[in-house]
Design a protein around this ligand. Structure first.
Ligand code: NOJ
Length: 548
């Protein structure tokens, strides 16, 4: 691995659901050796860093986000040795690996909770948050609205309630207990010592609870996360922490640490954080053909420290969350994107990228073009690079977690056994039609377009490092912004509509230059002068123009 402590600034991330990626031992479940056998594929795509969903022993009531043992690998996935092999094989190919760090809660089958619930005097009682009343912290919202009616569950053994922000099978750890706070840092060390490159930290806003607050983003939580960062900086200097905080931009900003008034002060909390609010606005912009909301939320996004980076995404393993939109926009998004009663889930939509965008190749490319040019490092959700479909009838969020479609053979090249979740096999998205093998061989495939995006993005560091200035909105159907450093400038232009559009930009600061179309979609472009520069765009057209 090349050493570079800021490697994440211009990296391409890829989210892997192990259970659905590749089954090496014919039990119908993806596993670590299976993933290892597919590293060449990920390298071909150009991935820099893999994010693995939780792979630890778990009753899988929340697909592994309910951990019963932080120090082993779930037997379905292999062994710790398999994990170490995966990491070293990834490193040999120049790829990094981050794992999920679930700090907020454990499974109710974790031995700590099993002990904790036995009696009020248990030495583990204080590992969790117990109360005689379920009226405490009543300002905290319920996240899994479709299944949970309270954040408290009464435990008959001791007739007290325990606190949980997610399923009742996921009791929250008590971070006011210093033993818990220390122990979880040791968990981090344990996996770092297996050679990984950092963590995606799950559900970080909820670590502490305080009466009279909504129990999110508390100062105590930030203090603890800064402590986690200090440990990484001191003991594992190239490792990163990518925070999952589904919050508004102004509440996300503190997760980077540093000094909000001065972005030159280095961040001292998370290296990266997902930009949750921009994601649904990209979908809204595409549906309405109106760039306004994307620009607005980016303008409301505070500057982050120079050593920090956003992680931008279109889809992931959860529902497309609509938590960070207004109630009116949530209704609108459900109307636009969730017409079937099985599609809405909690405050979101359980669908994959391609079906959300009507399997319209032009829209899928356009959305990805926005993803690859907005500030932040892009993350690809497994299967979206080939335009996989979903199955809204599966339990919970499993419909967006179906087996990876490698080939057109029975089992889709995923497994020789009955897969743990049924393969997509309808006429439009079935593995017989949508699969890696077919797309690798087709120069015009979505896979090859994505590969092209990845390679151009990586060769254009201004997209990772540069500032972003939105062009004045003279035609709201066109989302355009200039990514720039002192030496380099790229103008990204997107036609959000299915109609041709014309735009004019003031590019006079680049007068005399001839724009270069980085993606090679235009043969030649006129020279820039001091008069407004006109660009004609085809329906759902996009351009990355190097203007410096
Ligand atoms: C966020 C994860 O992405 C989601 O899948 C999980 O259910 C919750 N956190 C609880 O861990």
């Amino acid at each position: 691995m090349k050493t570079d402590s800021l490697w994440y600034k211009n990296a391409i991330f890829y989210e892997v659901h192990l259970r659905s990626f590749c089954d090496s031992n014919g039990d119908g479940k993806g596993d670590l050796p299976g993933l290892t056998s597919k590293l060449d594929y990920l390298q071909e795509l150009g991935v820099d860093c893999l994010w693995l969903l939780p792979m630890f022993p778990s009753p899988l009531k929340d697909d592994g986000y309910d951990i019963a043992d932080y120090h082993h690998i779930h037997p379905d996935y292999g062994t710790v040795e398999d994990f170490e092999r995966l990491v070293s094989e990834a490193h040999a190919r120049g790829m990094r690996v981050i794992a999920d760090l679930v700090l907020n809660h454990t499974s109710d089958l974790h031995p700590w909770f099993v002990e904790s619930r036995k009696s009020k005097d248990s030495p583990y009682r204080d590992y969790y948050v117990w109360s005689d009343s379920d009226r405490k912290y009543k300002e905290a919202r319920i996240i899994f609205l479709d299944t949970e009616s309270s954040n408290w569950t009464l435990d008959p053994a001791t007739n007290q309630y325990y606190w949980h922000r997610f399923y009742s099978s996921q009791p929250d750890l008590n971070y006011d207990n210093p033993v818990v706070a220390d122990t979880m840092i040791d968990v981090l060390r344990f996996w770092m010592d297996k050679g990984i490159d950092g963590f995606r930290a799950d559900a970080v806003p909820y670590l502490f609870e305080r009466e009279g607050t909504n129990c999110e983003n508390l100062p105590e939580t930030h203090d603890y996360l800064k402590r986690v960062r200090r440990v990484l900086n001191e003991e594992y200097p190239e490792a990163i922490l990518l925070g999952e905080a589904n919050q508004w931009p102004w509440d996300l900003r503190p997760y980077f640490g540093g000094d909000e008034a001065d972005p030159t002060v280095p961040g001292n909390e998370f290296h990266m954080a997902f930009h949750f609010p921009v994601m649904p606005r990209i979908f809204k912009a595409l549906a309405l053909g109106d760039a306004t909301d994307v620009i607005d939320i980016m303008h409301k996004t505070p500057a982050i420290p120079h050593n920090s980076q956003w992680c931008v995404f279109l889809r992931n393993h959860d529902e497309l969350t609509l938590e960070m939109v207004t109630p009116e926009d949530r209704e609108l998004m459900w109307k636009l994107y969730a017409p079937h009663p099985r599609m809405p889930l909690n405050l979101g939509i359980r669908r994959r990228l391609a079906p959300l965008l009507d399997n319209d190749r032009r829209k899928i490319e356009l959305a990805n073009s926005i993803l690859f040019t907005l500030p932040g490092a892009p993350i690809i959700y497994y299967g979206d690079e080939i335009g996989m479909g979903d199955n809204i009838f599966l339990f919970d969020r499993n419909g967006v977690r179906t087996p990876m479609q490698w080939t057109a053979e029975p089992g889709a090249g995923f497994s020789t056994a009955e897969p743990w979740a049924s393969l997509i096999d309808d006429a439009e998205y079935g593995y017989q039609k949508i699969n890696v093998a077919a797309q690798q061989n087709d120069p015009a495939s979505l896979f090859n377009t994505m590969k092209h995006f990845v390679s151009v993005r990586k060769a254009t560091p201004v997209l990772g490092w540069g500032a972003c200035d939105f062009m004045p909105l003279t035609n709201k159907a066109v989302l355009a912004y200039l990514r720039h450093t002192e030496r380099e400038a790229v103008l990204a232009v997107h036609n959000l509509t299915g109609r041709p559009q014309t735009v004019q930009f003031d590019l006079s600061e680049f007068a005399g230059r001839v724009p270069v179309d980085l993606l090679g979609r235009r043969d030649s472009l006129p020279e820039i002068s001091t008069v407004p520069y006109g660009i004609n765009l085809e329906p759902f057209d996009y351009l990355w123009l190097k203007v410096s």
